[in-house]
Design a binder for this molecule. Structure first.
Ligand SMILES: [Cu+2]
Length: 492
């Protein structure tokens, strides 16, 4: 127990014994407890308090230029220096003294409407604050739950579109059930005068905002805020809780984690939970709590399941779950077999050792492509056969993003045709397919900063064939990739 909490418990006890008010202070002089606030994706620790208290919250509004995407800057208006605003954690019944500071460098006044507040405007008028001023108001947290807060200064849509929102958790009595990790994820839609990923400092576009045509839809205020080094991290077996808010201003989120099912969703941020949920709706100005346990290691992609927002406007994040590769095999095997399917021809037994001798093959099986097709046992393929099979895998698996002609999509999907990155390092290009790729990558002098999902469900043969294909098509020329080379990269 820390000294502060022991002191606090003492004060709570004194209040109870003396029959005083049910709230406690940090000391016997009536000093409020200072609330712990955190930047996303972190969440403050549970209050751990068994009684309500007097709590002081200090939140500073700043107007700052930050990257919204690789090479693209935006002037965000923030609560605490980042988007979303700092996470506030208090307890049911707390008496809160709120200090809103507007930095002297701000160009406009701001205020705060907390959905956790009972009272006119959620505190908006009481907290209206000119640059270089501080406003103070108090409220009692009557309702537990997870709530959005946001700026409500005119033009409200613009203040919110610039990133002025965050979450405040009012813990119920007894707190929430313990979990291993808590994360803070908040979606928002952004409107820039330039197109998606058009570089430079991009001003806000009011006309686009009014038409609800966002240029970006983002988690935590920037593309890549939850990818690469900044991906959320957990370990196999852990229980995860995400506080998922939506600042809007306009779009409802269809929040989904690819490859997971939410065991629990506290829908709309209330106290009741729904179970076994695939996708939950989080409206602008609303929030939900989702909980699940991670059984299988790998990358889990967070998306707004309105999927062009995910793949074409930035609403993507990554939860990286680490653990032994053997973990969770009873839950998910990975690909166990890939056999040629021929209607009417029975499936052969699973291969045991090396390819059966040609005499043991049923008539018509194996042969022309150099594969024992009937048993699915790979023999050495000719490069021509690999290219043919690779073309099919490319069309089915890669083309949606990298395009039929391998040219990719400007600023979004890098080209494979003529790609210096692809041709420079064969082993690395195999790993890109198995593990996926995230964070900045430079292809032919252009930086891309996005997320390619891992495609490790492909067999070693399929990866060999598709990488052979992309390294030998559209003017690229390289040697063939063997399944053994893929196996080696998978094992490393
Ligand atoms: Cu504002």
């Amino acid at each position: 127990m820390t000294r502060a909490s022991r002191r606090f418990m003492g004060a709570a006890l004194a209040a109870a014994v003396l029959g005083g008010p049910a709230v406690a202070w940090a000391d016997d002089k009536g000093t409020p407890l200072q609330a712990v606030l955190t930047h996303a994706p972190d969440v403050p620790p549970p209050t751990g308090r068994k009684a309500p208290a007097k709590v002081r919250i200090d939140l500073e509004v700043t107007e700052v230029v930050l990257p919204i995407s690789e090479g693209v800057d935006y002037t965000f208006w923030t609560y605490g220096g980042q988007v979303p605003g700092k996470f506030i954690r208090i307890r049911h019944g707390d008496e809160v003294e709120f200090h809103l500071h507007n930095h002297p460098d701000s160009k406009v006044p701001h205020n705060i409407d907390l959905h956790a507040v009972t009272g006119p405007g959620g505190g908006a008028a009481a907290s209206f604050t000119a640059p270089g001023h501080t406003s103070v108001f108090s409220f009692k947290a009557l309702n537990p739950g997870i709530y959005v807060y946001h700026c409500a200064t005119a033009p409200v849509g613009m203040h919110v579109a610039n990133g002025m929102y965050g979450l405040i958790l009012v813990e119920p009595e007894g707190g929430l059930p313990p979990v291993d990790r808590e994360f803070y994820v908040m979606q928002g839609d952004f409107y820039t005068q330039g197109g998606y990923r058009e570089p430079g400092l991009q001003p806000f576009d009011m006309a686009k905002a009014i038409d609800e045509r966002p240029t970006y839809v983002l988690f935590n205020g920037a593309e890549g805020a939850l990818a690469g080094d900044r991906a959320l991290k957990a370990k196999v077996g852990e229980r995860i809780r995400m506080y998922v808010g939506n600042g809007g201003p306009n779009l409802a989120s269809s929040f989904h984690v690819i490859g997971e099912i939410f065991d629990r969703v506290y829908t709309e941020g209330g106290l009741r939970f729904q179970e076994q949920v695939q996708t939950t709706t989080v409206p602008p100005g609303g929030a939900a709590i989702v909980e699940f346990t991670v059984e299988v290691p790998g990358s889990y992609i967070l998306v707004d399941h309105a999927l062009t927002r995910a793949f074409n406007k930035g609403a993507i994040g990554v939860l990286q779950v680490d653990g032994p590769t053997t973990a969770g095999k009873d839950v998910f095997s990975g690909k166990q077999a890939d056999r040629v399917y021929r209607p009417g021809v029975p499936d052969g037994p699973a291969p045991t050792v090396a390819a059966a001798p040609p005499s043991a093959r049923p008539p018509g099986a194996g042969g022309d492509k150099g594969v024992d097709e009937y048993r699915g046992v790979p023999a050495a393929l000719t490069k021509a056969a690999q290219l043919e099979m690779g073309a099919t895998i490319y069309a089915n698996t890669c083309q949606a993003c990298h395009m039929a002609n391998g040219q990719g999509l400007p600023r979004v999907f890098p080209p494979l045709a003529g790609s210096d990155y692809l041709m420079a390092d064969k082993a690395r290009s195999i790993r890109v397919v198995i593990d996926g790729l995230q964070g900045p990558v430079t292809v032919n002098g252009v930086v891309y900063n996005s997320v390619m999902p891992p495609l490790g469900q492909l067999t070693d043969e399929e990866v060999a064939n598709v990488v052979t294909y992309i390294r030998n098509t559209w003017g690229n020329s390289g040697d063939a990739v063997t399944p053994a080379e893929v196996t080696a990269q998978r094992k490393r």
